[in-house]
Design a protein around this ligand. Sequence first.
Ligand code: FUC
Length: 794
Amino acid sequence: MNIYKQALLFFGTIFISLYSVSGQNNNRISQADDDANRNKLWYQNPANDWMKALPVGNGRLGAMVFGNITNDTLQLNEESVWAGPPIPEGREGASEYLEKARQLIFQGRYSEADKLVQDHVMGERISPRSYQPLGNVILKFGLQGETENYRRELDLDRAIAKTTFTLDGVNYTREVFSSPIDQVIIVLLSADKPKSISVDISMNRPADFDVANTGKNKIRLWGQASQKGKHLGVKYETQVMAVPKGGRLVSADGTISISDADSVTLLIAAATDYNRNDPATPLNDDLSKQCSTTLKAASKKRVNTMISEHATEHQRLFRRMAIQLGTDASRELPTDERLEAVKNGVDDAGLMALYFQYGRYLLISSSRAGTLPANLQGIWNHHLAAPWNSDYHTNINMQMNYWPAEVTNLSECHEPFFTFIESLVPSGQQTAKKVYDSDGFVVHHTTDVWHWTAPIGKVQYGMWPFGGAWSTQHFMEHYRFTGDTTFLKERAYPIIRESSKFMMDWLTKDPRSGKWVSGPSTSPENKFLTPAGDDEWANLGMGNAMDQEIIWDNFTNLLEAAEILKIEDDFLTEVKASLDNLALPKIGSDGRLMEWSQEFGEVDAGHRHLSHLYSLHPGRQFNEKDTPFMIDAINRSIDYRLASGGGHTGWSRAWIINFFARLGESEKAYENIKALLQKSTAANLFDYHPPFQIDGNFGGTAGIAEMLLQSHVQDDMGNTILYLIPALPKAWSQGHISGLKARGGFEIDMEWNNSTLTSATIKATQRGTCKVRVGDKIIDLTLAKGEKRTLSDF
Ligand code: FUC
């Protein structure tokens, strides 16, 4: 073990960093190129656990790269490898009991209502039935001895993971990437001396697989995902092809042995029988042939062509944005040590900028047009029974995954979310009819690739019919950011209307107030103390704040879309009437925004969900301009939640960053980004719930964007207000960002110094009028399509 001491000058603070490096290497790599570490995660040791390995992905096909010298593993994923049916079913005729439960709640008999719904409405929870790994490629290298100059990195700009080291005077390089162009994972093993590469290649999986050599230089691994033999699901196949330059290749017993090659290229393909259009009917494809065809096509291409086409396609998306926060001086430290320093209290604005770009990298790598949406772990999972099955939770997590999509200029990466939510509509319509005797479509707290939508399990999480309604918000937001009226007409409006139909049937008149209220439902996963005393608690309420806020959002979006599309009909008139008489969240006697419609005692005052604040973010119902009277109540609610231990999961913390950004609380937002890094971030910068859950990465990225630009508020004429650096913390006093997107189709570049904006360039991707707000100053701007205006006098 070697001990280093290094002093770093960072924001005028000198700190001492004490760290250790295992026997792999003795020398810090000298960075000749000043920019060698920009937009990179880098390390001086191999990953000895999964949360240190580095992710690559092309939206569908992913790998975790460990970078071990002698025995290395590539852990593979394909997005559709899922254990299978049966899928949870809704219960016919449940609506009768819902009506009874409503009356019980209005009478204050909360626990009786819970029991009634639990017994007669909730369907069976079927678990585990999980997203699963595709397999592993095992690489055993004939290398022994002390290495020097070890470095492992993930280049976010080129989407390539690279490991380099020196052993016995030979410099070795291993590169891994997942190409969206060639639909293969490519592994390049090279050295600067001929005949230096000897490696045994094999494949395995934790369960349910067969493996065999095929042809001269390929191994195939195939099987059907299951949960210990139950829930037979997706059939999969993956093949690795080895293409050595020089040396000898022997293939036997499921292994390919290569000796004394100058270099080796591995190509990895995968195929499954998962049918996106109709998951119940598997595709009847020859998976083996599909893999072989893909490998054959890739093997005919020059490696350099594959690298450059891959990088160009990645950069088409990634390079739309650049960011610098502070000096980024500490990029000269390995990422894990940098993170450790932050955990020890050091401020590192550059690491926050890297985290932001990493979030964009992860979205590009796990969500591309034609793929499934990013699940709870994106596409990266090594568990056969993953936490929460690595599914699509729709009571915050899946939506949070897509918060950064529009604002960070990755609109196309939002597409899998839309396609997936649309694919839930037929099932959601059936659930609406069967369980609720209702029109429209409904989704509950979670779903998965089998497209089920029923209320299942415990009322505490399952009795919440808002997953679909919340998701329709994204369709409207996509329109607001892009101005794509075809999308609005053909995709956003129909699905918002379908969800509104359900909500119209779902609403009940509260006999006490005469207002329309939702229920019986839970405020996601939370519970309250009932007035009965003796610590009795219950889950279900009528008119919970979040329900009312999502319905407000849903109806408001529908009416706005209808107005743009010039649609008028009786249903819209009815929606307008219901909106006008919708119960709104209330402020309690202690000045907080109330989570439930009554002022209940709280069982868990620091609960991780802050559902009642949906109206602040991601909603827009409550904001400083339109509802100033709500701001203080929201602030109090967040402060109380935090003081009671809230924000303890990564995604909860990430949501809090977004709240504080919207409230203009720059220092509080910053403190929570710091806390996200300190408490909920692993060495590979994956978010820790714990365990790994990618929503915190995406929510954190969105939060950083929200601190630098906001566009959710409109002026009285309906024009977007572009609020520049609305929550800039002192620690980011100097910086720049380019390529941020705003509603109204604007694209923004900004530079600031001494915490003051020095220049802002606004580009219109469509004709538009906006108000640019900097502090309290407002500048009116009307731009033609494609026009750009640079402002510098603030
Ligand atoms: C929600 C959260 C949990 C977890 C799960 C996947 O239900 O309440 O904390 O993130 O989703």
